[in-house]
Design a protein around this ligand. Sequence first.
Ligand SMILES: [Zn+2]
Length: 385
Amino acid sequence: MSNRDEFSQKTKDALRLRASNFCSFRGCERTTSGPSDESPDAVNMTGKAAHIHAAAPRGRRYLVAMTPEERTDISNGIWLCAHHADLIDRDEVTYTADLLRAMKREHELHCDRRHRDALRAGEASADLIAIGPDIVFNGEFLGADRSQWRFHLQDFVDGDLHDLLMFVECFERAPAIDRYVLINSFGDGRVLSTAPSVSKERIGGYTLTCPVYPSAERISAAELPTDFALSEDHDLMPTEDGGIAEVAGADALPQTIKRCLSSQKGESPFHKDFGTRFAEYFRLLAGSPWFEQILKLEVIRQAAIPCIDPLDNRQYTPFLCVERVYGIELLADVPSGNWLPIRLDLEVKGLGRWQRELSICVPKEAVKRTSLDELMAGPLHPIQS
Ligand SMILES: [Zn+2]
């Protein structure tokens, strides 16, 4: 077994994204990946997620005191071109951990500024589109009818062409909950009815045709079921006669939303599909130009894509009555005591446009727990010593 503490694929992808696909080395600015012209599913990859403190003993800048978790954390990585990844591993006197961290910070700030300027000047496409949980791309909506949505795919933000083609090929075997398309600018999404088709355009880029089911059923806010009321400090509220206060209908909307957004996907052993990936995104993408847009896609998923209750097979969208997501805004950079204030701007069935500030729970520690069913259903691995 290797004794190297390697980054996970998710961490590598996030490092690449945060660096906007450019080498982070001061003054380099080489682009580190792009679609290959040789074959439709090949991608030129010249970038590397390099370790600041080495992944294994005797590597450069290795720190004995670090735990494997710290060594594989995104904070210990820097995205570089192949040339500069080699260079920093030949010379640790010049390329100290402090210098590398400074370069990384500068480059990420530069990417963030450039992205915001481009958006303001209308040069960058503001539209992010998600296909399933692992693919997000910059693209343009080309048209729709009741049964299909079509897009022009410009470049990948998360995943790559290989992942997209795998998604198409393995569509029938993918969990039902992962078969969806979300569009940031619409604030809406659909369940895919069959696999999307991908075709290469002569002028560059790809056209993606997504067969979709009609919009998921929503209930009116007035029909929201009875729920326990929650106080300002997120606790149950006793009533004067010794019971617990309840709310229903439109009054139950804030906490329906709060509960969904505060649950981390995979956290509940009884309903592993329920919840969001906010904690994961926070750990990997906070401070990058895509962060709020990727969070918005995740909110759209809660509004538009049904999950399936494992107990009674009932299908429902987690927000139940939200028809469209106009926006999510973070009102603080970091959670305070795990609570993060946000502002939501939504279209709610029966209420119309609904804007509200609320706090959601985003645990600072990365949430990664194996659910009970995964443990019980998973294959047995021989224990390696
Ligand atoms: Zn470079």
